[in-house]
Design a protein. Sequence first.
Length: 417
Amino acid sequence: MSTHNAVPRVLDVDAVRGFALLGIFAVNVTFMASGYPGNLTIDPDFDSGLDNAVRALSSVFVDMKFYVLFSFLFGYSFTLQMESASRAGVAFSSRMLRRIGGLFAIGALHTVFLYGGDILTTYAVVCLVLFLLRNVRDRTAIWIAVSLYAVVLLSMISSFLVVDSSAFLPSEAEALANGERATQAMLGGWESNIEHNVAGLPFLVLQAVSLQGPTALALFLLGMVAGRRGWLGRVSGSGPVLRRIQQIGFPVGLLGSLVYTAGGGNGNTLAVAASVATAPLLSAAYVATLLRIMHSPRTAAVRAALAPAGRTALTNYLTQSVVGLMVFTGIGLGLAGTFSPLALIGFVLVVYAGQLAASALWLRQFRYGPVEWALRWLTNARRPALVAPPRHRRATKVTSPALADPNNAATHEAELR
């Protein structure tokens, strides 16, 4: 594969990942800003028609859609790392195991100190399974992915039919009281917030084992197959495949989202099953739409705007939690429970725009985001160069941070050596 062909592939992956950061933050911020969503109830101070309409729109278009996309891209990037290690002639196994350990450690710290809804620890454990399955054939990987999804869906449907979930869920009054206590815990200092995050660990583990872990592995495997086949490297934006994905993904995916929303969202197992079954199709339609936009000459600048944030996705993901901690908890401004759903959307857009700009500026001077640099140090067992070479800086000033991306095949080989 030539360097010329590798660049657009990496940029597309980075840009789609940068787009996924917006949806991830839009979901996570609702739990950062109030204790009520985590208790499956609505803050009574924000129960107007407008508030509920905004929640419904988020439920239809955002909830449970972007972690699917993030998981698929994780598997796709896994193949890029394997290819880079192979070209550079370095041991992939030891590097990947160190990377998995580092990712788990970062996720554990993130869970305890920043945000109790972390996904990195789950990804690290599931990536270990992906590592063990890295040499399976594409057909086997697809079969395992489909089987995992089927098992999750069947277990959710059978649980809905056999188990009376109301026996395990608190009453509305109890949920409201729990939501109020959780919000007050957020308004405390470090001790209160750490206790709040740690208290949610049992549910986090249960969710990882029953839902997020198996579905993430399924999507990792599908992403790995797509990466092996270089799917994003062959996208032109004008082919019929993307249009076909849109034609199927949008109606089926939105139908599932409407069922999920009408059924009460996360409080209804059957509604969640409908979303789990159809969210990959809606996510695929989102990606197809974005790729068509990025490969159009009139809107190609979208890729340049999104790619730097995607290259520094881990840093940006953690930064979102830091911002949430400093704005909503008592450690910072103590604004938990004061943002309406519409105000939260505005907050997300402002923070995300700032991240796009900051990521572009950072990559004009540096090769990696700060956390990516630290994780690469651990992965390679030696400190990588952080400051970008003058040649890269000059190219960045002439074009854009994304289009001057040195993260192509040739650069990977040099860095891995």
